[in-house]
Ligand binder design. Structure first.
Ligand code: DON
Length: 583
């Protein structure tokens, strides 16, 4: 770990920010209406993702005998076209893979990295204060080296069955022949003010009157088609080297808030294979990806919850929401203190998930809300860490896939905020993932001038920002895969996934009902309840128990596939345009 220099420490002491937990949930990518959806059944294979065109591309790949990874590539390439606000080749992702025949679980990390030139004061203004989120996000400095293509290439090398070049056909065709503007994309374009500032994006998505092209109008993206052709023909190298890489770096440097990402940064990028993290909950085995992804916090939340009387609380009761949000608080407190890129900061993963440690954390939960949890001291915890203050504004998408062999993929993929950094290059948008770092390199909880602690999740060259993305599998007692899920939602991802899990595992709901259930939880700030949902009625009773309750739009996009008698059942989040389909 690097030691903070004197000058930087002084800068931090001046920096004013509120603790991460107290920050409002920034959700540029809001829910767009709520459409009732029915659970979908399939016998052999299934894809659940955020857009029907993307799902169909994945289903086609599976029909042709493709693997779950082949299908994921086809889905991702279409998502980058039809859901450009959320994910694409200009962003990063985590992919969890289950190979049934081998009984082998693998995690793939395609998270963005900070450029070699990045320094810890990257998101501070001249006076040492964090930049306002809009200024930090639409900013060349927010752009990390994209990881999606390198990660998919690595996964395809091991698990692909269809030739790489064939997996881009659906997306190329749709990009050239046009896709109809969806209601959701339309609404997000309308609400968006900065994207119009990018000439390429304006030409693609907006009409001459300055408004978005109407719903149903065909949107053509020939530049994206050309980019995909190059990647299909020459592999991910076509993206990470040569003219695309040069254009990418040039666009970042030419932005009115210039960044410092270079072609060499792109050349150096590597996807990483990571050992997944697993834990038990209600007799099931829950597996996800650990740091820099969100799996450890998910497992902590569940592990703490299991050690409370949650199983006796009625579904959707005050007791249930109380216990869930208290468990979440404790898990998020540890997240803010300890979790970051393991290549830069020692991660006390085993300590955070140990039996005794989870017991001691659960014992802190009482009848009344603790409001703010302090981080604990798990075994192996490095000293001298302060808290991360990352605001983590909410553009992400989740893909769940199972195939006829029983293999599965859960992939959560993002360009960070809706439309990322609002910089478009060759038909795709660049991420603003680096705003997932703590803007304050020191202790975000600001204990005072003498506090020289450093945030585990501060910016450092080559580092991956901490993520809440939690692609997740559930295994039964027999070791058989039972469910595949994940969600977007910025820092609230972990609570969205946990909510879907307790809805299925504790409350016996099917995948669709579990996804549709109102969202709730806490990120160690207020207790958050989904605005406009039936659970709003629980707010007064929670307040009586000491909770500071906030009614907010908790825009998940959870896509679940679960095993049922004779096949699979899928659920797609009613808050977005996704579907589950299969044969
Ligand atoms: O990696 C993360 O945790 C965030 N960048 C994810 C952002 C997100 O989920 C946006 N969702 N709507």
């Amino acid at each position: 770990m690097r030691i903070l220099t004197g000058a930087l420490a002084a800068l931090l002491a001046l920096g004013a920010a509120w603790p991460a937990a107290a920050q409002p949930l920034l959700q540029p990518e809001q829910a767009t209406g709520s459409q009732p959806k029915a659970a979908v059944h399939a016998r052999r294979f299934m894809v659940a993702a955020a857009n029907p065109f993307a799902v169909d591309a994945g289903v086609q790949a599976l029909r042709r005998g493709g693997s779950v990874v082949d299908a994921a590539i086809a889905v991702q390439m279409v998502l980058g076209l039809v859901e450009p606000q959320s994910s694409g080749i200009g962003g990063g992702a985590f992919l969890l893979h289950w190979a049934r025949a081998e009984k082998r679980l693998r995690g793939y990390d395609g998270r963005e990295t900070a450029p070699a030139a990045a320094r810890s004061d990257r998101f501070l203004d001249a006076s040492g204060k964090p930049l306002d989120p809009p200024a930090a996000i639409a900013n060349g400095r927010a752009v990390g080296v994209p990881g999606v293509l390198r990660m998919l290439e690595a996964a395809h090398r091991r698990h692909g069955r269809i030739a790489w070049a064939k997996l881009f056909d659906s997306a190329i065709r749709l990009a050239e022949q046009g896709f109809p503007m969806s209601p959701r994309l339309y609404q997000l374009l309308q609400a968006e003010s900065t994207l119009r500032g990018d000439a390429a994006a304006r030409a693609l998505y907006y009409g001459s009157d300055g408004g978005p092209r109407p719903v149903g109008a065909l949107v053509f993206n020939r530049e994206y088609a050309a980019t995909l052709r190059a990647v299909a023909t020459f592999g991910a190298d076509a993206f990470y080297t040569g003219v695309i890489a040069e254009d990418l770096a040039r666009a970042v440097a030419a932005h009115r808030r210039p960044g410092d990402l270079t072609p060499e940064d792109l050349l150096r990028y590597r996807a990483i294979e990571r050992e997944p993290v697993c834990g038990d909950y209600r007799g099931r085995r829950i597996c996800s990806i650990g740091p820099p992804a969100g799996g450890v916090t998910l497992l902590q939340l569940l592990g703490i919850l299991e050690r409370t009387p949650f199983h006796r609380a009625a579904p959707g009761s005050v007791d249930a929401l109380h216990l869930f949000s208290e468990a979440a608080r404790l898990a998020y407190a540890d997240r803010a203190r300890y979790l970051a890129d393991p290549a830069f900061v020692r991660q006390p993963v085993a300590g955070l998930l140990e039996f005794d440690y989870l017991e001691s954390r659960a014992a802190l939960i009482g009848e009344r809300s603790m409001r703010r949890a302090a981080p604990g001291t798990p075994r192996g915890a490095p000293a001298m860490l302060g808290d991360s203050a990352a605001a983590e504004p909410a553009g992400t998408s989740h893909i769940s896939i199972v195939d006829a062999r029983g293999d599965a993929v859960a992939m959560t993929t993002t360009i960070e905020s809706a439309f990322g950094s609002r910089i478009m290059v060759r038909g795709f948008l660049l991420n603003n993932e680096l705003t997932d770092f703590s803007p304050l390199p020191g202790n975000g909880a600001r204990a005072g001038r003498s506090d020289t602690r450093v945030a585990a999740n501060r910016v450092e060259p080559g580092k991956r920002p901490r993520s809440a993305m939690s692609p997740t599998f559930v295994f039964g007692r027999d070791g058989q895969l039972q469910a595949v899920l994940g969600s977007p939602g910025g820092p609230a991802i972990i609570t969205f996934v946990a909510k879907a899990l307790v809805a299925m595992l504790d409350w016996g709901m099917d995948a669709q009902s579990a996804v549709a259930l109102p969202n709730f939880g806490s990120r160690n700030g207020p207790t958050e309840i989904e605005r406009g949902s039936a659970y709003e009625a629980l707010a007064p009773a929670l307040r009586e128990r000491g909770h500071e309750v906030l009614l907010v739009d908790l825009a998940s996009g959870t896509h679940v596939i679960e095993r049922v008698e004779g096949g699979w059942r899928g659920g797609a989040d009613p808050r977005r345009e996704g579907v589950a389909r299969g044969d």
